[in-house]
Structure formats: C-alpha cells, structure tokens
Design a protein around this ligand. Structure first.
Ligand code: CA
Ligand code: CA
Length: 381
C-alpha cells in the first residue's frame, strides 16, 4: 500500500464514523494497525495465546494468568477486531514471551471468567491472520509411559432412544497426571445418530482436580447440530495438582430410528485438539483412546413389519409378512430380556400376550433367519 492510498483510506473511514468518540478511536486505531502493519502489538479478544483462532486453548492461557491485574486497554471492545496493546503492555509475560495483555479479552485490567465468556466464548472459532504463534497439541504420549485421555462408553449395544453415557478420564492410578493445571479438547460425533439437541457434557460434581470447587473454571460449548462439543478446564490459582480421574461425562440420546441390527461401537466418536498443561504452560504429553464407538446403520435391510396396538395393554399383534420368525424377545429399557416368545409354526401374524409385564417402555425384537429387528413398545400400566 503506498502513502497516497493510505491517506485516502484514513480520510474515507474517519468521515463515516463521526458518531462517537469511541468509534473514532477504534477506527483510527484499526486504521493505524491495518494500514501501517503494527501486528506485533495487536490482540483479538478471545485469542489469548495469539494463535489466530479463539478456542479452548485460549481458556488454558487465561487460566495461567487468572486473577492477575494490569493496565486497562484503551478503547477496548470485545468485538472481533484488532486492538492495540502497545500503550497498555502488562508487566508480565507468558513463558513464550507473549504479553499478558493478550489474555485480558475485555480489556478491563483483570484476567478472570469474563475474559472467557466475553472473549473466547463470544468469539469462539473466529479466526484472524497476523504475527501468530500456532496452536500446538499434546498427544505425543505413549501407553505405558504417559497418562491417557480416554473416553469410555457405558453400553456395548444401543437401541433407539437409549442414552449413551461416555466418561472422559485422564490418567490412572498407575499413571497419574503430575502437576495438572488444565485440559482442553474437542469431541466430534455423528449428529445423524443423535436426537435433536440431545448431546450434553456434564462436568464432575466433585472433581479430583478441584475438590473444593473454588480452584478451577471451565468453558463447555455444545453444538449438537454440528456434531461437536468443546471443553476447556483450567485451574486458576497458579498451582498444579497431581491426580487422575473423570473430567466430565457426555450424554447422547440415540435416534429412535435405530431399529435394525443392534448398533455396535465403531465410528461414532473422536476426541481431537487435545491439550494438557501444567502450571508453567508446559505440555503434558498424553495418548488418547476412545472405547465408545458406534457404527451407523444405513446399510441395514429393514423389512416391512408392524406392531400394534402400541401402546398396548393385554396383547400385542405382530405382522411380519414373509419374515421367517424364529423367536420374539421383549427387552426392558436397559436392554435386558423380560419375555421370550417362540412361535409354534410359521405365520404372517402373531398375537403375543404382554399382560404380565408392568407398564413402561420396552423393545420388541424379532429374530429371524435373515437378521433381527427392533421396535419400541409401550405397555400401559
Ligand atoms: Ca487462540
Ligand atoms: Ca478482563
């Protein structure tokens, strides 16, 4: 950009922003930054580690500096735009030399939860370019010599409307995390297998990394439509802890239409963007495992069959057409068999007594020579 075009750039933009002093300052500041290239002095609110994106790793950076104070930022806004920290440098810097002013998202002169909510959360996944320090992750660990970050599902098979719980755990009794200060990660899952909005993350009620409940903070961003949950947990008192255990539990409600084969764990979950740090912002290398995985059921053949009435009270009628039925199981909501019916001969319609079963939600599973199929069955009290 030559001098003349810089000049016109400034005149034009100032002319259009005479409504308030703050706007003028922001405009001039932006112009100075963008037209003269002072990117090394620029921060974006929420990109606390100046990596070019606002995400969970910025919560870890904020956690490192949590509670500390410094100068307020002139003309501060939490809008995603470049803001100069040249006049308001803090006395402290992170180990990589980055000034603490980057972590004061809202520019109020203290680093605390507002810098997470008004910075990282507000501008989550916004990106910028400039003089950046790219994000680095810490999954260089190996089983046997490093703690693991693992996701454990609580079911081997799933029925429609089942709730799958997945516990996220770090370390183990034989391999605890030493000097733990914070963790961030992203859970990706297949949104097509989840009931609308039925993907949640719950932090531990009493956490091993913060038994008193006063020494940590967190950010959880659930986006079930995108098949994504982002979690960041950080201690806030500049002291790490040794330990291991749960860092939260996810709950997924599986779609009702899972009526074909039992769904098997395979390709449902992945844990990405893993960062674990100690109190000096050093990476704690971990290895990641996911033991809760599901297979989509798209390729399963679904024959025509009917179940009625539903809800039912005394008997339920099963129309299976030409299916070669071998037996019919009724399972409770936990997937446990409560009744078995073996037909005496091949028919197209079966009447199955259910009056001995308490009211509630069940699954009726038809097993035949070509496979097995499940429908939900409601029994009236
Ligand atoms: Ca960042
Ligand atoms: Ca602040």
């Amino acid at each position: 950009m030559n001098v003349l075009s810089t000049y016109f750039c400034m005149v034009e933009r100032i002319k259009h922003s005479m409504s308030s002093t703050k706007t003028i300052w922001l405009t001039i500041q932006t112009l100075l930054l963008t037209c003269t290239g002072l990117f090394s002095q620029v921060m974006y609110p929420g990109d606390a580690n100046n990596s070019g994106v606002a995400n969970g790793l910025d919560v870890l950076t904020i956690g490192q500096a949590y509670g500390l104070t410094g100068p307020t930022r002139m003309g501060a806004t939490t809008d995603w735009m470049p803001q100069s920290i040249a006049p308001s440098q803090w006395a402290q810097t992170f180990p990589n030399g980055l000034n603490y002013a980057y972590a004061d998202s809202n520019g109020d002169g203290i680093i605390d939860d507002l810098d997470i909510t008004e910075g990282v959360q507000l501008n989550f996944l916004q990106e910028h370019t400039g003089n950046l320090i790219p994000d680095e992750y810490s999954t260089g660990g190996t089983p046997g010599s490093s703690p693991g970050l693992a996701a454990y599902g609580d079911k081997d098979v799933l029925f429609g409307l089942d709730t799958l719980h997945v516990d996220m755990r770090i370390g183990a009794g034989s391999m605890p995390v030493t000097g733990f200060y914070g963790v961030a990660f992203t859970v990706f899952f297949n949104p097509d297998l989840i009931q609308p909005d039925q993907a949640n993350y719950f932090l531990p009620d009493i956490a091993w990394y913060d038994p008193s409940g006063t020494e940590s903070t967190s950010m959880v961003i659930e986006n079930p439509t995108a098949g994504r949950i982002d979690v960041a947990i950080t201690r806030i008192n500049q002291e790490g802890v040794d330990g291991f255990g749960s860092i939260g539990t996810m709950a997924f409600v599986i779609i009702e239409d899972v009526v074909g084969e039992f769904v098997e764990y395979d390709n449902f979950l992945s844990i990405e963007n893993i960062k674990v740090i100690d109190q000096g912002l050093n990476d704690i290398q971990v290895f990641d495992t996911v033991e809760a995985k599901l297979t989509p059921v798209t390729e399963v053949w679904e024959p025509e069959w009917r179940l009625y009435p539903n809800p039912a009270a005394e008997t339920v009628t099963l129309e299976t057409g030409a299916l070669n039925v071998q037996q019919v199981l009724i399972l409770n909501s936990l997937g446990q068999e409560v009744q078995r019916y073996i037909p005496s001969g091949q028919q197209e319609t079966y009447t199955i007594p259910i009056r001995n079963l308490p009211g509630g939600a069940y699954f009726l599973e038809v097993q035949g020579t070509k496979g097995r199929w499940v429908k939900k069955l409601i029994i009236r009290p």
